[in-house]
Design a protein around this ligand. Structure first.
Ligand SMILES: [Zn+2]
Length: 320
């Protein structure tokens, strides 16, 4: 071995060692710490997770996936996913910088999901509902033909079984790789909502960060009761596009849930901690009469017993 070889070998070893160290450091930091996008605080990931993925210092609501959302909203172990056999295809054989097929495959590997929405039946504080929960991590929660179909099927299930329907949205809009096929989903889901309306079935939408484009312009804003999660950005076109088109500066809180509440676009603004109880209250308030019958019978019975007691005591008084 010449001196030159020895130096080269030493350099290689040093580089390899440094790379190893770097990956180890990155791993441990990535796993344990998280930075708040709003207040820049360095937070323990566990602490944020225990706080429902809300920053304990500034109350910033981090984006959450469908899995976490289901855990937070539905009673433990009651959510049964349906329509999992409907999978996306590529009828247009679309290709931009990447083929649509490859994008679908990558999204599946990243999220372990088959599509950007999960539909099923579950219980919220004991109330059975049909639900569609969108996931922004799968291709930006975009609505393609499968997303539209699954949401429509969930609505039809609510219709058949006469149970309330809940749609929890998180989406960038229609899926451009499916072109007109994805745009048709806006009409399809809206027609399904109309059928729910005709049948008098309660339909609640919960808009979460972010809800945009074709989803906002169809089933998301057609709810009987529209709830939005605190801090969520909700709109049709993005802020920059609007500013460029109208050549005006928009207010800083434009397209936030708080802004929409101020102007009457949504009905209820809820923090993540209160979201489950808010939905549950709306469900209980709108419970149909037949389902309340048992409760009503109990109330009637109680009132009747009270009346009897009153009459008896009166009679007693008369006798005296
Ligand atoms: Zn924060």
């Amino acid at each position: 071995m010449t001196i030159k070889d020895w130096f080269n070998k030493r350099k290689e070893l040093q580089i390899a060692h440094r790379e190893l160290e770097e990956t180890q450091i990155d791993d441990s930091i990535g796993k344990l710490w998280i930075k708040c996008y709003n207040c820049n605080a360095q937070l323990l990931k566990k602490e944020v997770e225990d706080n429902m993925n809300v920053c304990p210092q500034c109350n910033y609501h981090f984006r959450i996936n469908s899995e976490t959302r289901i855990k937070q909203i539905f009673d433990d172990g009651t959510f049964n996913e349906m329509f999992t056999n409907i999978l996306p295809t590529d009828p247009l054989e679309f290709e931009d910088t990447e083929t649509y097929k490859n994008r679908l495959k990558a999204a599946n590997e990243k999220t372990n999901l088959k599509e950007a929405v999960r539909c099923g039946v579950g219980k919220i504080d004991g109330e059975t509902v049909s639900a569609a929960i969108m996931d922004f991590e799968y291709m930006g929660g975009s609505m393609g033909s499968v997303v539209g179909e699954k949401i429509t099927l969930a609505m039809e299930y609510a219709l058949e079984n006469k149970i309330p329907m809940i749609a929890i949205t998180a989406s960038g809009g229609a899926r451009m790789q499916e072109s007109a096929l994805s745009l048709m989903q806006m009409a399809k889901t809206s027609c399904a909502v109309a059928r729910l309306n005709e049948a008098g079935i309660l339909y609640i939408t919960v808009l979460t960060e972010p809800t945009f484009g074709g989803v906002t312009a169809s089933f998301a804003t057609l709810g009987d009761v529209i709830i939005a999660e605190q801090g969520a950005r909700i709109g049709f076109a993005g802020r920059r596009v609007i500013e460029q088109t109208i050549k005006q500066k928009l207010p800083s809180d434009f397209q936030t849930a708080e802004y929409l509440m101020k102007y009457g676009q949504i009905d209820i603004l809820s923090s993540r901690k209160d979201l489950k109880s808010t939905i549950s209250k709306v469900l209980k308030l709108h419970k149909p009469y037949e389902k309340n019958e048992e409760d009503n019978k109990k109330i009637k019975k109680n009132t009747a017993t009270k009346k009897n007691t009153v009459t008896k005591s009166k009679k007693v008084k008369v006798e005296v």
